[in-house]
Design a protein around this ligand. Structure first.
Ligand SMILES: *Cc1c(COP(=O)(O)O)cnc(C)c1O
Length: 498
């Protein structure tokens, strides 16, 4: 049969629609798909038609249901709104690369700018986020955050405005020598692994990341007194970037208790010349929950994040666009361009009067995917209210599961030693727990996932294995999914489903 893209799309859709929405395929199905893979480069290609058959018939059985299933609770994967899938196919069909702002040639950078503007509105972050860009994810955005922080803390010591001759120009060694800086530290609590990677990429070193928790009982909470002590080391030539975990990926908890504490931290950063970064990959979306009593505590916990110098977020998580898509915000595009400017490339210029900075001068990549379109589509299709409703369902399911665990004789809801509240009003979308029976606990994640009915991630809490549920898809139906989750949890500890 002749090969045509349009009929391929139609076939693809019918295959996806016929695929069971299971969180995981069977092992046999994965093995079959793996066996079908061609191992080495054919000297004569199979042709597009035969390759299409291979892709559509052999491979889908080997994919997991992170996006298609309602019961994939691993990591924080996010689902995919149907309109986001459509938008992503448009991105592919027209293959735009928004790198230079060329408004007479393509609207792609304008769409990107609008999408970022609407995203800032959704998150209630207020105006003045002139430095903003889409990234491949929160890891990319954390790399940008520490890069901006590094530039700022060094440049301030060199008495330059951002944009002067700092690290971007001189390199970290020369700039630090000139500025009399002997160390750059990143102060955080339970920073995401990508923060350590970002420290390494930025030449600060993974060892520069320092945990300053309030106590062992609440290791996610930042201790403001320790923070001040650390910031005061600027007198000895030790400068700091503060990275707020909002929320922390294991427990979903927030490092800061709200606006008052953020104001205090902001004041300290200003006093000691530190950069204030927020990693809000999924947690920042708590700011977009409906403004009702049900979510008042979460909204209050996440208020004040707008006082940061820079913010990391993910769209492929709670915003339910396809991989990959994150975002980075900072106050001014100058902070970014002093690092990411492509020098001496006049052919890449969009002209001096451009109202939108060219993405290639404010981020990692030059050529890049048109990630903005699925975001634009989701924000447009669902609006503040529609998204608020989706976020609310996710929180309700996480709270329902928490309630079940807390009442259970077989499970322990974690963190066990944090202040108790029976309404789970600080619970966002992550639930962490373990089985009380140590033996059962060591196999718990495997036993749950072996049911193939839902998928959870394993983690560690207080040095012991723990299990983690992250609710992040628009497909949540609270009652249906709560029954499934609690049935599976009862079953794996030997009880019978209700
Ligand atoms: C997921 C996550 C990251 C990393 O995000 P990627 O999109 O995988 O790059 C960073 N920080 C936090 C808090 C996260 O939850």
């Amino acid at each position: 049969m002749a090969f045509s893209v349009s009929s391929s799309y139609a076939k693809l859709r019918s295959i996806v629609d016929a695929t069971p929405n299971d969180p995981l395929p069977s092992l046999a199905s994965i093995q079959k798909a793996t066996k079908s893979l061609v191992a080495s480069l054919p000297s004569t290609g199979l042709g597009e038609a035969a390759t299409e058959t291979h892709l559509l018939s052999d491979l889908p059985g080997g994919f997991n249901g992170t996006k298609t299933s309602s019961n994939y609770y691993g990591f924080v994967t996010g689902g995919m709104f149907p309109i986001a899938e459509v938008a992503d196919n448009i991105v592919t069909a027209f293959d735009q690369s928004p790198m230079v702002h060329l408004p007479d040639q393509s609207i792609s950078t304008v769409v990107e700018d609008r999408a970022l503007g609407m995203l800032v509105q959704l998150l209630n972050l207020g105006p003045a986020w002139g430095g903003r860009t889409f990234t491949t994810g929160a890891t990319g955005a954390n790399i940008l955050g520490l890069a901006c922080g590094r530039e700022f803390v060094v440049n301030s010591r060199l008495n330059n405005a951002v944009g002067g001759s700092g690290v971007g120009e001189l390199g970290i060694l020369a700039a630090c020598m000139k500025a009399g800086i002997k160390e750059i530290q990143v102060l955080t609590t339970m920073g995401h692994s990508s923060l350590y990677k970002a420290a390494s990429v930025n030449g600060l070193g993974r060892q520069s990341v320092k945990d300053i928790p309030v106590s062992k009982n609440e290791p996610w909470k930042i201790d403001v007194d320790s923070l001040e002590r650390e910031l005061r080391r600027s007198e000895e030539g030790v400068v700091s970037i503060v990275a707020i975990s909002a929320g922390e990926v294991n427990s979903g908890k927030f490092a800061v208790s709200g606006l008052d504490e953020m104001k205090k931290i902001r004041g300290l950063c200003d006093k000691y010349g530190a950069w204030l970064h927020v990693d809000g990959a999924f947690g920042i979306f708590a700011r977009s929950l409906p403004n009702t009593a049900e979510f008042a505590s979460l909204i209050s916990l996440t208020s004040g994040l707008e006082l940061a110098d820079s913010v990391t977020g993910d769209c492929h998580k709670l915003l339910n666009v396809p991989y990959d898509c994150g975002f980075f915000l900072t106050r001014s595009a100058d902070a970014l361009s002093s690092i990411f400017q492509n020098p001496n490339a006049a052919y890449l210029s969009s002209g001096p009067e451009a109202s939108i900075p060219s993405p290639l001068n404010i981020g990692l990549e030059n050529s890049r995917r048109f990630r903005a379109l699925p975001v634009y589509a989701v924000l447009l299709a669902h609006g503040r209210e529609g998204l608020g409703k989706v976020f609310a369902k996710q929180v309700r399911l996480a709270r329902g599961v928490s309630e079940f665990l807390k009442a259970s004789n077989d499970y322990e809801l974690l963190p066990s030693n944090s202040p108790k509240d029976d309404h789970f009003e600080d619970t966002h979308i992550i639930v962490i727990f373990r089985a009380k029976d140590e033996r059962k606990n060591s196999d718990l994640v495997n036993d749950i996932n072996a049911t193939r009915r839902m998928y959870v991630s394993g983690t560690k809490w207080e040095g012991k294995p723990a299990c983690r549920i992250a609710v992040s898809t628009w497909k949540v139906e609270v009652e249906r999914d709560l029954k499934l989750v609690t049935d599976v949890l009862k079953e794996v500890v030997g009880g019978s489903p209700s």
